[in-house]
Design a protein around this ligand. Structure first.
Ligand code: SF4
Length: 324
């Protein structure tokens, strides 16, 4: 569902529901020391506290917190919080993700308005909305995504909207409902190379995810498409090259690549830390393959710097079309 992750989780307190019950009996994976280039500043600025207050007052869930994103100090200091709609519990159980798993609650019909309130209060020029997987819903949550986009458009029409969606489990008509709401950016992460899907993203299918993004372009070529990969999971460089080519065949505009960080000992092990130079090299190659925009750094996450990157993405398309 989301390419993010770090270190929230661990042993539940007495009476507390386990965050990942399906992983409880898995053997522990080794925890490796992070290299210097992964270190981040601890959160705590006054603006960070203000962002947190706005999120709480509107009863919202953020992927920044649920995924234990390492960038939260930096992003929330700029009021860039990524809302996670449809609850805090995911119906999948990916091996890389720290979002709680289990049976989710019913949808909150007030949530689209609450998200719009928060976007207005935070004064966002660009917002990223993601969600848990909701395989329990007939439409996978597509209508709720569309309602949220519409609520933001009605409240703050100049805010550009980026969505990071699940795959909707191939539910008929779901994708179309979301595309018709016309987000500015449609992001869906491929997360890893196809060879590793069974272990890392067992509930998903690589070619379905790829096809979903291709279909967005077929329905509405004006919507930017974006996808992301985690590296350091055991993938080979050639496999990353192949995924880049597959993404370009599906006309994906924007590629993000970031280092996988293991949320807990029960999650997939880190195979290795990819060096900043290797990330730079992936960026150079991806740009040569025709992506309009590439973010490839150890701390890149789907929504990291999404505001500034959207401006660059739009400028790159304008330049390509000769409008600049
Ligand atoms: S990178 Fe994204 S998920 Fe992480 S803190 Fe920033 S906005 Fe939140």
């Amino acid at each position: 569902m989301v390419t993010v992750l770090n270190t929230v989780g661990g042993t539940p307190q007495p009476g507390e529901r386990a965050r990942h019950p399906e992983k409880a009996k898995r053997p522990d994976t080794p925890v490796v020391r992070k290299p210097d280039w992964i270190r981040v500043k601890a959160p705590g600025s006054p603006v960070y506290a203000e962002t947190r207050k706005t999120v709480r007052e509107n009863g919202l869930v953020t992927v920044c917190e649920e995924a234990g994103c390492p960038n939260i100090g930096e992003c929330w200091t700029q009021k860039h919080a990524t809302m996670m709609i449809m609850g805090d519990t995911c119906t999948r159980a990916c091996a890389f993700c720290n979002v709680r798993t289990g049976l989710p609650d019913a949808l909150d019909p007030a949530e689209p308005e609450n998200v719009a309130n928060a976007v207005e209060k935070l004064g966002l020029r660009h917002v990223v909305i993601t969600s848990v997987d909701r395989d329990d819903l007939d439409d996978g949550g597509a209508a709720h995504f569309a309602n949220t986009i519409q609520a933001i458009r009605a409240r703050t029409p100049s805010t550009t909207i980026e969505i990071l969606t699940p795959d909707f489990l191939r539910k008929p008509g779901a994708l179309e409902v979301v595309v018709e709401a016309r987000p500015d950016v449609f992001n869906h992460n491929l997360e890893t190379v196809p060879r590793l899907y069974l272990g890392i993203r067992p509930g998903a299918r690589y070619f379905h995810s790829l096809r979903l993004l291709q279909r967005v372009k077929e329905i509405d070529p004006t919507i930017f498409t974006k996808s992301g990969l985690m590296v350091g999971l055991g993938e080979a460089r050639d496999e990353i090259m192949q995924v880049m080519d597959d993404m370009r065949s599906a006309e994906i505009d924007f590629l993000t690549i970031g280092q996988y960080l293991q949320p807990t000992r029960k999650h997939a092990a880190i195979d290795r830390f990819v060096t900043p130079d290797e990330f730079k090299s992936y960026e150079t190659i991806a740009r040569s393959k025709g992506f309009l925009m590439v973010s490839s750094t150890p701390l890149t996450r789907s929504s990291y710097h999404a505001d500034a990157d959207f401006a660059s993405l739009r400028a790159a398309r304008d330049a390509k079309l000769g409008k600049a």
